[in-house]
Design a protein around this ligand. Structure first.
Ligand SMILES: Nc1ncnc2c1ncn2[C@@H]1O[C@H](COP(=O)(O)OP(=O)(O)OP(=O)(O)O)[C@@H](O)[C@H]1O
Ligand SMILES: [Mg+2]
Length: 234
């Protein structure tokens, strides 16, 4: 799915205490593009993902996904959009400690129907965790937990994948493995990926790098010849 962000503002509060988390952001993201969003802490990266994920709404401008204005959706429409079109990978995994890996995927992704468990198992297989399905998060390494979180985001094969610092908590090797996995899935399924990081080196594997500063886009660069994730160093 394509994402069209036009003159988008997100202001928190008002008057002298107003914080402009996003200032007049313009981005046209075609379907299948792998975009890395860079920027220092507080620059608006998470705020931007939250708008695209319909978790939050802008205070100005328009945000369209495949031509549908998210601002025009009612609550039901937004819930439907979040359920079917968007996969979210959070920085801190957000796994439920009392559920196994399989249950975290099946129940949290709301895979309903008789084949829910089978589809969850398939998603875990896709991230190389088929032998860990009955483990609880506390029995998994950080990289394994992040892979469960990715399986959960991908289980419904959403056309849009939003990843907020997916490697932030991981060591270098594991982080690179996760990035390679995301890139492979993006190529195989044509998902549109927005990946937030503060690590500029990760930008080299993307089709495009967008840099935010104080809520504004200060760099927007297309990369003609991205490197393979396995070749990244930082
Ligand atoms: N709900 C909120 N209420 C008030 N201010 C907010 C809210 N959410 C975010 N902000 C402010 O908006 C700005 C952007 O925040 P955001 O979380 O998008 O930054 P970020 O780029 O993701 O930072 P980090 O790299 O630390 O995660 C910050 O100044 C933050 O304090
Ligand atoms: Mg953030």
């Amino acid at each position: 799915m394509s994402i069209s962000i036009r003159n988008v503002w997100r202001t928190f509060g008002e008057g002298v205490t107003a914080v402009h988390a996003l200032r007049d952001v313009d981005l046209e993201v075609p379907q299948g593009q792998f975009t890395v969003i860079l920027g220092p802490s507080g620059s608006g990266k998470t705020t931007l993902l939250n708008l695209v994920g319909a978790i939050d709404q802008g205070t100005g401008g328009t945000l369209e996904v495949d031509g549908v204005d998210l601002g025009g959706l009612d609550d039901k429409g937004r819930i439907g959009y979040r359920r079917t079109e968007v996969g979210l990978v959070f920085q801190f995994f957000n796994l439920i400690p009392t559920l196994t890996a399989l249950e975290n995927v099946e129940l949290v992704a709301e895979l309903t129907g008789d084949d829910g468990a089978a589809r969850a198992r398939q998603a875990l297989e896709g991230v190389g965790l088929v032998d860990r399905v009955d483990h609880f998060p506390s029995q998994l390494s950080g990289g394994e937990q992040q892979r469960v979180a990715i399986a959960r985001a991908l289980a419904k094969q959403p056309p849009i994948l939003l990843c907020d610092e997916p490697t932030g908590e991981l060591d270098f090797e594991t982080g690179r493995m996760i990035l390679a996995l995301l890139r492979r899935l993006n190529r195989e399924n044509g998902q549109t990926v927005l990946l937030v990081t503060h690590n500029a080196a990760i930008g080299e594997m993307a089709d495009r790098v967008v840099r935010l500063r104080s809520g504004a886009v200060v760099e927007d660069r297309t990369i003609a010849d991205p490197v393979e994730a396995e070749a990244l160093t930082w």
